[in-house]
Structures are given as structure tokens and as C-alpha cells.
Design a binder for this molecule. Structure first.
Ligand code: B12
Ligand code: SF4
Length: 468
């Protein structure tokens, strides 16, 4: 009798950025859906490899893939004054894959989903999935098994005779998906390199911030995972990899507050010992919630206020007020949760006056641990600002950062830098990247206690790996 040899399904992480190191959790989500009775799933993770090209050749030449999925997480750094273009690396990796195999290639990932057609054309790949991949990825395997037609795959984009075809997007209940295949990722190397272990509790964001692509990527409705399932994932990662530091990779962890409180409560109830960080929104931070955050191990809140000027909050479409920002800072501080505030300086309508308003607001909270100022707004397709200020031809041809900076701030950039730095007795690192106003004493203490909030890694000194 002929022996059945299970075909390989190969997923490749093309993200070599190590600042900070992030594991390819999206690929783990896809690999989790693969039927292991029928296929061998593999994740070839090129990140943190000394010689990613050699690693790719070594790993791929051992396999006989039915298909190759490549995740394209980053395209642009999104940091206006330190632009990085990641697509060049992706192109080189795909060129190398094509030398090694003729198996069909499919692309996906957050960066890919923002500019799918351009990336397919730039890489010469035929297929891609826009947005979340669990269901379409399985459908694509069924297509290769000749059980379904291309037209019958959700969220698919493909090029046929130079023409682009896009099918309807799918956003399903995340509880229907099988758990991520964390066993296929070597988390030890990420932990060793200082990375936080990613866990996602839900998808979607209902806010309407005008520069943001997250609601496009994940949908506007919240799709929450069962709280027990989230805590099971955390426990698995602790047990298997001895993980201690976690990052909840939700667009906004703290909203809806009832759900986020449920996650914290479950961590507390089960006595799970972790240190975690997340993006939080001023809207969700009540006293009870801040207390639960603290008790469940929060060691840092990435508070994305973007501005503290009432006018700018409206212009950026933030949906909360200065009063709510104040309340959230006070609540987080009450429970001694380290706070990093992220700001955009130079959005549409920003003037010297609105910058002053923002800065004098923050002066009232000298205990805030870090305040980041990003000068200019990165414009991404599928955001509201893109409709207004984006330049289609610029991005299609060059696929690099497009930045909006208001005329008044552009004219006074040096002065505005200085104003931000004068906010307090501050340390300035990487002026021009972003200005960091941090309390060094505090950071020293954190270091001594070996508690590091993620923003420490904004100056991660790991070497940047190139795909040779
Ligand atoms: C949390 C987060 C972070 C955290 C990560 C913490 C951690 N330990 O993981 C931190 C703050 C560290 C971070 C840093 C950066 N980030 Co970030 N981040 C996010 C965020 C909010 C969620 C990412 C995530 O993990 N999602 C959960 C997983 C499950 O989803 P996923 O990876 O997208 O995978 C799904 C689909 O994309 C798809 N899929 C993925 N791969 C593949 C492959 C195939 C073949 C298929 C079919 C489908 C598929 O299926 C998956 C499951 O549904 C996204 C925005 C967003 N809402 O997506 C930005 C985002 C990914 N980040 C972005 C950027 C730019 C960065 C930085 C470069 C920022 C900077 N300037 O320093 C760094 C890069 C770090 C690095 N080493 O890569 C961009 C990338 C796009 C772009 N602009 O180029 C995003 C989209 C934000 C944005 N709109 O600008 N980030
Ligand atoms: S900036 Fe944050 S709150 Fe606003 S739409 Fe994006 S993810 Fe949602």
C-alpha cells in the first residue's frame, strides 16, 4: 500500500524589524486553523536570524510545500521623521522563495492589507488576503484541494491577466477559530531579545479617529474572545515558554471596559502572574478598571490621546475630551500604573496655539513617565485623512511614507520641537525621531526592579538585520 505523505503548508514571516522584536502571531493564528491530520504546518520565521537568507534556503529546501503564505506586517514605519520602507525586504524574500519553489504563494498581513494591489504588483505574487486570514486561508487550501473555486474565497484579492479581482471581506466571530498555534513559534528567542509576548483578546474598533486604519483592518464591531480562552492562551505561553511579559495587541485594550475588566478579573481569579502592557483609550479608564488593571499585572499603559487640545481632539476625530484624558491619567496614577502618552503634533488645523494648549495640559501631570511626540500624521489608505490629503499616485508608485504636517507647524518646526522639550526638565533622545520626555529616575528604578515597560525598547539597540 502506498504510504500517505502529508503535504507541507509553509508560512513565512518576512518581518525582520527588531525594534522592538515582535513574534508573528498572525501566522500562528493561521497555522492554528490547519488540519494537522492532513498537512504539516511550518512557520519559517526569519526575524532575529543572523542570516535570514541562509535560514530561508536551509528551511525551505527541506520541504515540499503545497503552498506558501507570506506575512507582510509592516510597510512604512509610520514615524514621519524616521521613515523606513519595509517592502524592499519583502520583495527580496519573495524573489528568493520563487527560486526555491513553484508552489503558489499567497500574501497577507496588516501592511499588505492596506496596499494589497500595489504589493501584489510589486512582488509579482498572484494571491493575497485582505484583513483577517483564518477563514479565507482555509478556503484557499480548499481551493488548492479543488474543493472550491477562487470566486468562492472571502477577502481574496488576485490578479488575472493584469486585472485585479477582490471578493467580499469576512469578519467572523473570533470564537469560531481554533486557537493560535503558538507551538510553531520559537518564543524563547523573542523573550531573550526582550520582546513582549503578544496576546489578542478581541478584534475591531468602534472609534473614528481620522488617520487610523485599524477599523478597516479589523472591522468596526467588537468581536471578543471568551475571557477563559484568553487566559488559557496566557497560561499556555507561561507554561511552554516561561513567558512573563505580555502585550495585549488589541487596537485598544481598554474598550469596551466591561469586557476588558472581565479579562483582568479572570487573570486575578485564576492567580495568573504576569506583567502586561497595552494600548488604552482615555474613554474606558474608570477607577474600578484601573484597579483591576493594576491587580492583574499592568506595568504600563500606552495612552493614545494624540493631543490634549480640545480643538485638535475634534479634528482628529478622537471622540473623547480633555476632561476624560485628565480622568484617565489620574486613575492610572492612583494605582501607580506607569503611563506613556502618545501625541501627534501637526495634524490638520494644528497651530502654535493648539500645541501650547496640549503642552500646558500635560504640565499638570508631572508624574507621567513618558510623553512621545510624533511630528506629522502618517497618511494611510483607508483612513479618513487619506481621502482628504492622500496622494494616490505618490503612494502607488513609491509605496513609502506620506506625511501630512500642518502649514503652521511645518513653518515653525524647530520652535515646536523646542516647546515640546521645554515641557519639563527632560531628556531628549533621538530628536527628529520623536522627542521623548522621560523621568530618568523612574526608569532607573524600573530597571533595578527589572520591570520594563515596552517604551524602553523604543531605543532597542539590537542590530538591524538585513536580508542579504
Ligand atoms: C500591537 C501592535 C504593535 C505592538 C506589538 C507588540 C507585540 N509584542 O506584538 C508594538 C507597539 C510593539 C508595535 C510596533 C510596531 N508596529 Co505595530 N501594530 C500593532 C497592531 C495594533 C496589532 C498587531 C497585531 O499583533 N495584531 C494581531 C494579529 C493576530 O493580527 P495580524 O498580525 O494582522 O494577522 C492577521 C491578518 O493580518 C492576517 N495575516 C497575517 N499574516 C498573514 C499571512 C497570510 C499568508 C495570510 C493569508 C493572512 C495573514 O491573518 C491574521 C489573523 O487574522 C497593528 C494594527 C492592527 N490593528 O492590526 C499595528 C501595525 C501592525 N503596526 C505597524 C507598525 C508600522 C509598527 C512599527 C514599525 C511602528 C514603529 N514605527 O516603530 C513597529 C514594528 C515592530 C516590529 N518589530 O515589527 C503598522 C504596520 C503597517 C504599516 N504602516 O506599515 C500597523 C498596521 C499599524 C498602522 N496602521 O500603521 N505594533
Ligand atoms: S486610533 Fe485607536 S481608538 Fe482611534 S480608531 Fe484607531 S484604534 Fe480606534
Amino acid at each position: 500500500m502506498k504510504k500517505f505523505i502529508k503535504p507541507d503548508i509553509v508560512l513565512i514571516n518576512s518581518n525582520l524589524e527588531v525594534d522592538p522584536p515582535v513574534a508573528p502571531i498572525g501566522l500562528a493564528c493561521l497555522a492554528g486553523q490547519i488540519d494537522r491530520k492532513k498537512y504539516f504546518p511550518h512557520i519559517i520565521d526569519l526575524c532575529l536570524e543572523d542570516n535570514p537568507k541562509k535560514e530561508l534556503i536551509f528551511q525551505l529546501s527541506k520541504l515540499k510545500p503545497l503552498m506558501i503564505g507570506v506575512s507582510v506586517r509592516n510597510i512604512f514605519s509610520g514615524v514621519p521623521l524616521q521613515p523606513k520602507n519595509y517592502l524592499r525586504t519583502v520583495k527580496k524574500i519573495i524573489r528568493e522563495i520563487k527560486k526555491l519553489t513553484t508552489a503558489p504563494i499567497i500574501l497577507g498581513g496588516a501592511g499588505f492589507s492596506i496596499y494589497p494591489e500595489e504589493i501584489l504588483r510589486a512582488t509579482g505574487v498572484e494571491y493575497g488576503i485582505i484583513g483577517e486570514g483564518e477563514i479565507p486561508f482555509v478556503q484557499f487550501i480548499e481551493y488548492l484541494e479543488k474543493k472550491r473555486s477562487l470566486a468562492d474565497i472571502s477577502s481574496l484579492i488576485f490578479l488575472l491577466n493584469g486585472k485585479v479581482h477582490i471578493s467580499k471581506r469576512i469578519y467572523d466571530s473570533v470564537n469560531k477559530y481554533k486557537p493560535p498555534a503558538f507551538d510553531l513559534i520559537d518564543y524563547k528567542k523573542y523573550i531573550k531579545a526582550g520582546g513582549y509576548v503578544a496576546v489578542q483578546t478581541k478584534r475591531g474598533c468602534r472609534f473614528n479617529c481620522r488617520y487610523c486604519t485599524y477599523p478597516y483592518l479589523e472591522g468596526k464591531n467588537y468581536r471578543t474572545k471568551g475571557v477563559k480562552q484568553v487566559v488559557e492562551e496566557i497560561k499556555y505561553l507561561i507554561e511552554r515558554y516561561d513567558a512573563k511579559y505580555f502585550f495585549f495587541v488589541d487596537s485598544v485594550f481598554s474598550f469596551p471596559t466591561n469586557y476588558a475588566s472581565g479579562i483582568c478579573q479572570e487573570i486575578i481569579n485564576q492567580g495568573v502572574q504576569i506583567a502586561w502592557m497595552a494600548y488604552v483609550n482615555p474613554r474606558g479608564i474608570t477607577k474600578n478598571f484601573a484597579e483591576l488593571m493594576k491587580k492583574s499585572g499592568c506595568i504600563g499603559a500606552e495612552l493614545t490621546t494624540d493631543s490634549a487640545s480640545e480643538k485638535m481632539l475634534v479634528r482628529l476625530g478622537k471622540g473623547f475630551t480633555g476632561k476624560e484624558i485628565q480622568n484617565s491619567i489620574e486613575m492610572l496614577h492612583k494605582y501607580r500604573i506607569p503611563i506613556a502618552i502618545h501625541n501627534i503634533i501637526g495634524g490638520p488645523g494644528e497651530s502654535l496655539e493648539t500645541v501650547k494648549e496640549t503642552l500646558s495640559f500635560y504640565k499638570r501631570f508631572p508624574y507621567v513617565n513618558a510623553i512621545f511626540f510624533n511630528f506629522g500624521v502618517a497618511l494611510f489608505r483607508h483612513s479618513m485623512f487619506w481621502e482628504k490629503y492622500g496622494n494616490e499616485s505618490y503612494s502607488v508608485n513609491k509605496l513609502r511614507n506620506q506625511i501630512y504636517i500642518s502649514p503652521e507647524i511645518k513653518k515653525n518646526l524647530k520652535l515646536v520641537h523646542k516647546m515640546c522639550l521645554d515641557l519639563s526638565n527632560c531628556d531628549v533622545t533621538d530628536l527628529g525621531y520623536y522627542s521623548v520626555i522621560s523621568k530618568f529616575l523612574f526608569h532607573d528604578l524600573m530597571r533595578k526592579l527589572k520591570i520594563y515597560p515596552v517604551w524602553k525598547y523604543n531605543h532597542f539597540k539590537g542590530k538591524l538585520t538585513r536580508f542579504l
